[in-house]
Design a protein around this ligand. Structure first.
Ligand code: GLN
Length: 303
């Protein structure tokens, strides 16, 4: 099946959207992005990619990277990870602190910032450089050796990083962070700063459509673990909008404040859409709309 006609149609529909939200305002590098920009790519399990709009333009991957660090850590330590981070939706904003105290420093899931910090810490402890491990994985799976951190974005995150620092210190007080907090924050901010295109990220997500198998045919995750990551994406990947995302899109998905969203149709394809305008929960307005159109037009969803 060629996905090109459906992508063209979605791009036309998105072009007519009157309000596409506002870019993330917390760092200047993201605030300057025009919410009218749009790109979308679909990758098939064999690596065939279709795209529309700015599907080859790099953007700030941000929290989309949390899927890859989760998979890389899960591949190494298996179920022991779940003693340090939960897998229930939080119903709270992605950078919330409120549940951490009464849950003893164990974050609700790996996709809110607190949970992602724990995952990055654990991957860092195991590999010696979590951000480098992530970058190598993304380069290999996307086939794009040019993928890189945007160190200006990382520096900007650091300059506005009080909330993430608070989360890390708070969890460290419960013994749930092993690295020195400044080391962890440096790793996490570089992780979030990865600049990648819709094509790159759709391809890099392919292992989740291939039930855990990487682009070269080797296995990263067991079939069961790939299912688990997809399930956590469905229930937690878009924060306190995960219910609405499942209702509208019906796919495992993960958003980032750079305006990217990745999504998986297990066994069939992976998607990445980019539109820098966000809604009040931090998800791309045109991105959710485009994925909503995709599953409506193709009938491809997990439901
Ligand atoms: N770097 C961002 C932060 O930590 C990532 C958040 C996101 O993309 N939702 O605040």
């Amino acid at each position: 099946m060629t996905f090109q006609p459906v992508l063209e149609r979605i791009a036309e529909d998105i072009g007519r959207m009157p309000d596409r939200g506002r870019p993330a305002g917390y760092i200047p590098a993201l605030a300057a992005c025009d919410p009218a920009r749009f790109g979308m790519a679909v990758a098939e399990p064999d690596g065939t990619v279709y795209g529309v709009g700015e599907w080859r333009t790099p953007f700030s991957a941000q929290s989309v990277t949390k899927v890859f660090t989760l998979a890389l850590d899960l591949a190494r330590e298996g179920d022991a990870l779940w003693e340090h981070v939960g897998r229930e939706p939080s119903g709270n904003p992605f950078n919330s602190l409120v549940q951490l105290e009464y849950e003893g420093g164990i974050p609700r899931n790996p996709f809110i910032n607190a949970g992602a910090l724990v995952v990055t810490d654990r991957l860092h402890t195991r590999t010696g450089d979590a951000a480098a491990e992530l970058l190598t994985f993304l380069r290999t799976e996307s086939g794009n050796p040019g993928l890189a951190f945007d160190l200006d974005v990382a520096a900007s995150e650091d300059a506005h990083g009080d909330r993430n620092a608070a989360l890390a210190h708070f969890m460290a007080s419960y013994g749930n962070i092993a690295s020195p907090v400044p080391v962890l924050l440096d790793q996490y901010f570089r992780q979030c700063s990865v600049a990648a295109s819709c094509a790159d990220l759709a391809l890099a997500t392919g292992f989740l459509a291939r039930h855990g198998v990487r682009a070269d045919g080797s296995r990263l995750l067991s079939r069961s673990q790939a299912k688990q990551v997809n399930a956590v994406m469905l229930t937690c990947g878009t924060y306190d909008a995960a219910g609405d995302f499942a209702y509208r899109v019906g796919l495992p998905g993960k958003s980032g404040v750079g305006g990217g969203i990745i999504a998986v149709v297990p066994g069939r394809c992976t998607l990445c859409v980019w539109g820098p305008g966000l809604d009040e929960r931090g998800n791309s307005v045109s991105g959710v709309a485009a994925l909503d159109r995709f599953t409506t037009l193709t009938g491809l969803s997990v439901f």
